[in-house]
Design a binder for this molecule. Sequence first.
Ligand code: GDP
Length: 424
Amino acid sequence: MSNCAIVGINWGDEGKGRMVDLLTRDYDVVVRYQGGGNAGHTVINEYGKFALHLLPSGIFRDGVVNVLGNGVAVDPENLWQEMEQIRAKGVAITPENLKISDRASLVLPWHRELDALEEARLADKKYGSTKQGIAPFYSDKFQKKTIQAGELLYPQHLKSHLADLLEWKNLILQKVYGAKGYTMEEMLDWFADYGEKIRPYVCDSGLFLRRAQDEGKSILFEAQLGSLRDLDYGIYPYTTSSNPIAAYAPVGSGLPSAKLDRIVGVVKAYSSCVGEGPFTCEWFGTEAEQLREAGGEYGAKTGRPRRVGPIDLVATRYGVECQGATTIALTKLDVLSYMDQIPICAHYELDGKQTDVFPFPALLADARPVMEYVPGWKCDISGVRKWEDLPQEARDYVELVEKAIGCPIGYVSVGPERDSIILR
Ligand code: GDP
């Protein structure tokens, strides 16, 4: 049996979706273990191009069972929409290939509203939320004030629990934010609609995973976002509200006894970052526009232009260490083909001193990139499938990154399609 986690090393959007889509052929089960619909994995395959927000990327593979683990923020409205969109392209989604953990909590309409109200209150100090309700959701989960998906199976219990939560939540909505609040009728209507839609998929997926483990099935753990957005290890408070690091995969998946045999860390050949927060190697102006255009760096969920810059070796090495990555997938190498020389943020300068240590979040805004440049290859590499067929300059760049981050690069991706990959 082999278990593997696929995780982001940087700020997210590294191309995890394409790697999970590629590797699912070797796994029986794919589990999402954290996060909600606030980010998107882009997958291109024989059914078309998809931005997956909540569904595990194994949904396109016949025979793969997909699980939304207890650590996931399950938004029934968004999930249902996504299921409908994917079904419309001919992909079957049934309780056999999609299982929602009964212990996963549900994102409710008030979470999204509270997210927007709090960002508006913060005004120019906003965190850059995608306003999907994720931060209010996880706060409520830690306060033990959410509805678990399993409660959909016990309507009487759900009703009385909901009444208690509603009373408390209306106090906050009305007294703190001056909002209207919700009535019990509105909430029951919402549950009658979206709750009913997802109910057939809710089960004891922890039991399913334990059995799968006993039978020697191989399990792939799929993360959302990247190390630097991890609530505990990232650029707090500009993080997400959950833990994308691989160490959380056993807890959030529903298989706390899982041992990870492989951790594939996905790194992009340059940097991108969505939303607010310090981004040391950020480019501006035409340089940034050119790279953004070349890499198609617009948010999968929001369409927002992503902030971009060269690869950041300080942040990437830290990300690799946080994830305990055993192998790296370097994606989007093809995007750099237009550059005469390839820029690299090799170190940081902080307080007048050069450092290779990723700083404490509050100091990060003062860090300056120390840049180095290596020769570009200036030719189209998107058709290359063998390491030895890559131009020498491209191989040198990959090897330089590999050495600097201290982890072998096992995959080099040169295009978004399933087969645009070089195995080393
Ligand atoms: P994720 O959230 O980590 O899965 O990343 P996203 O899906 O948001 O962003 C990755 C984007 O890059 C998607 O549009 C992919 O189709 C695309 N992509 C992934 N790998 C490559 C690659 O090697 N080359 C190019 N040109 N595009 C890629």
